[in-house]
Design a protein around this ligand. Structure first.
Ligand SMILES: Nc1ncnc2c1ncn2[C@@H]1O[C@H](COP(=O)(O)OP(=O)(O)OP(=O)(O)O)[C@@H](O)[C@H]1O
Ligand SMILES: [Mg+2]
Length: 364
């Protein structure tokens, strides 16, 4: 298996300066690690994967696989297996042949190929489709063939570009479990791009959040969830999305959300406008709660409901996620944030921690 390191990697397409799409990308993927790349559409996730695979030239920096510089190494020599966002299957070959292709090139004995393809087809629920050709398959079936083609070989590392995006919810959940199992079984290094929060949170050892200005934060899923380093990550990680609202820290360091005083202090951060983040699942109904307003919308999802609470002084309603029976639309309602659930970000977007108390006084 393999470790992968990107140092100062950049990508510029010829032409306008707006074609400077990636700059100073630095991160490394440990041997056997599962790293998930997330970020808004167009931020360069597929480009990063394609550069690692060698399908896209890199304009700056260096990529190393197992410590060896591969900038000039041909894709086939990198020992990686990639599942593309747009699968790229051979239309004139059967599903069986598509999956077997890499093994045939590697001159693996016929019987061995048959066993390997059948095992993969079983795992991907493709056994009944082996004789068909890609144009005769649905999008989700094609996507599974592409995954099969990648995993049937034993590459040094897998690069997955949104491999489950075209599957229905049930199959997607099954495949997610299969990929987790595959990772465990092979101990393979995996780099995985997804827009799906559940996939990112459950599959990743570490998540890399890419934003418009490059890497925003790298960390274990729960570390990103509990302590997003900036507003961008706060708004990106978590489902439903974190509430982000206008707040202020007064000269003495006390925090207010609109006009509501909150239990958070940092004298050193006093006297600035801030963004206050509170996750919908960290606001709880409380008749004496300081955050009061009017329910403007209730979304029932079955296991939980999302209650939209309009609060005076805030530009947008706060979303509150509750499992109990929700209030009626139009009702007056009050909530409180759970202890330690407040995220505060300064004007530059960076996270500000509350001050610690050493018993008597505040330690900034
Ligand atoms: N040949 C090209 N010339 C100029 N710009 C390009 C070229 N190919 C891609 N881009 C731009 O590079 C940026 C990154 O594209 P990329 O496909 O890596 O995004 P992504 O993060 O994978 O997005 P998505 O989530 O939609 O798949 C996009 O803004 C895209 O328009
Ligand atoms: Mg992409």
């Amino acid at each position: 298996m393999a470790s992968i390191t990107l140092t100062g990697v950049g990508k510029t397409y010829p032409g306008k300066s707006s074609n400077h799409i990636l700059k100073d990308i630095d991160f490394s993927i440990g041997d056997g690690e599962f790293v998930v790349l997330v970020g808004p559409s167009g931020c360069g996730k597929s480009t990063v994967l394609r550069m690692i695979a060698g399908l896209e030239e890199i304009s700056a920096g260096e990529i190393r696989i197992d410590g060896e510089r591969v900038n000039e190494t041909a894709p086939a020599k990198r020992g990686l297996s990639m599942v593309f966002q747009n699968y790229a299957l051979y239309a004139h070959m059967s599903v069986f042949e598509n999956i077997a292709f890499g093994l045939r090139l590697a001159r693996v004995p016929k019987a061995e190929i048959r066993t390997a393809v059948q095992a993969v087809a079983k795992m991907l629920q493709l056994e009944h489709l082996l004789e068909r050709r890609p144009p005769q398959l649905s999008g989700g079936q094609r996507q599974r063939v592409a995954i099969g083609r990648a995993i049937v070989r034993k590459p040094r590392a897998f690069l997955f570009d949104e491999p489950l995006s075209n599957l229905d919810a049930a199959l997607r959940a099954d495949m997610r479990v299969e990929i987790a199992r595959l990772h465990k079984q092979l101990g393979a290094t995996m780099v995985y791009v997804t827009h799906d929060q559940v996939e990112a949170m459950t599959l990743a050892d570490r998540i890399v959040v890419l934003g418009p200005s490059g890497v925003q934060q790298i960390g274990a899923p729960m570390a990103l969830y509990e302590k997003p380093a900036n507003v961008f990550v706060a708004g990106f990680i978590g489902m439903p999305k974190m509430n982000l609202a206008e707040g202020s820290v007064d000269a003495r360091g006390a925090l207010a959300l609109g006009q509501v005083a909150l239990d958070w202090h940092n004298a050193a951060a006093g006297g600035q406008a801030v963004t206050v983040g509170i996750r919908p699942e960290h606001l709880v109904p409380d008749p004496n709660g300081a955050i009061r307003g009017t329910v403007v919308l209730v979304e029932r999802l079955g296991a939980e409901s999302h209650v939209h609470l309009e609060v005076a002084g805030l530009a947008r309603p706060l979303v509150v996620s509750i499992k109990a029976e929700p209030p009626a639309s139009g009702a007056a309602w009050a909530v409180s944030p759970l202890a330690g659930a407040l995220h505060v970000f300064g004007a530059d977007g960076a996270r500000i921690e509350p001050a610690q108390f050493n018993g008597l006084s505040e330690v900034a």
